[in-house]
Design a protein around this ligand. Structure first.
Ligand code: 3PG
Length: 216
């Protein structure tokens, strides 16, 4: 795999964030649900999928979802060097982390994986910007100050674009998307656990369509 610079990672992440208003954040417990879940979200207009590495079958889910036509599959909750290499080996084409460490950033750059690293304060965002990461995840969005806080960063830090995640919902997503420094939001509300368990793919597709219609 070719290395990726922080600048190229930022360019790629901006492209990814512009594709749809929401990046579904997925926690997949049962591998048999992965393909159908991904297909329902893509059919509903949300082709960028973040599979969190929080379950035993997460890497297999990335493998399955990478086969979906039109889907762009990333790995979330990246914490370690091993996570990064496993994610790339499974087919992830971008990575997301709740925060950022030098080791994680180096691992992603070495592996050629564009990293959407998390920040929750002006200083954290500035440190990432110094390293060349101008597209960042704002996490945990609601608990860290919400849309009002994030909008306040847009004047002093106009060169950073954020994807807020954590507590974002169909009801409050617009508050974030109205901010000049937000390109898309991330959230699990489009793939609720009980709906996945019930394999109600039509409902997942409806949730995705509602998000696209109301938030685009
Ligand atoms: C997470 O931590 O799981 C993501 O940020 C998604 O958060 P959410 O479940 O509040 O959307």
């Amino acid at each position: 795999m070719r290395k990726i610079s922080s600048k190229d990672a930022s360019i790629r992440n901006l492209e990814i964030c512009k594709i749809a208003p929401v990046i579904p954040v997925l926690i997949i417990d049962d591998i048999s649900t992965a393909r159908d879940l991904g297909e329902a979200l893509v059919a509903g207009g949300l082709p960028v999928l973040e599979v969190t590495l929080r379950t035993e079958c997460a890497l297999d889910a990335i493998r399955e979802m990478s086969k979906i036509k039109g889907g762009i599959v990333g790995a979330g909750t990246l914490l370690t060097y091993t996570d990064v290499n496993n994610a790339v080996e499974a087919g992830a084409t971008f990575g997301v982390s709740p925060g950022a460490t030098d080791n994680l950033i180096s691992a992603c750059e070495e592996a050629g994986l564009p990293l959407l690293a998390g920040a929750s304060s002006a200083s954290e965002a500035m440190v990432l910007l110094e390293k060349g990461y101008s597209v960042q995840k704002f996490f945990p969005a609601e608990a860290a100050g919400g849309a009002k806080f994030l909008k306040s960063l847009s004047s002093p830090l106009p060169n950073i674009t954020f994807c807020p995640t954590g507590g974002v919902s169909q009801e409050n997503a617009k508050n974030y998307l109205d901010s000049p420094n937000v390109e898309c939001v991330g959230g699990s509300w489009v793939a609720p656990k009980d709906v996945i368990t019930n394999k109600d793919w039509q409902y997942i597709e409806k949730l995705a369509k509602d998000a696209v219609r109301e938030l685009s």
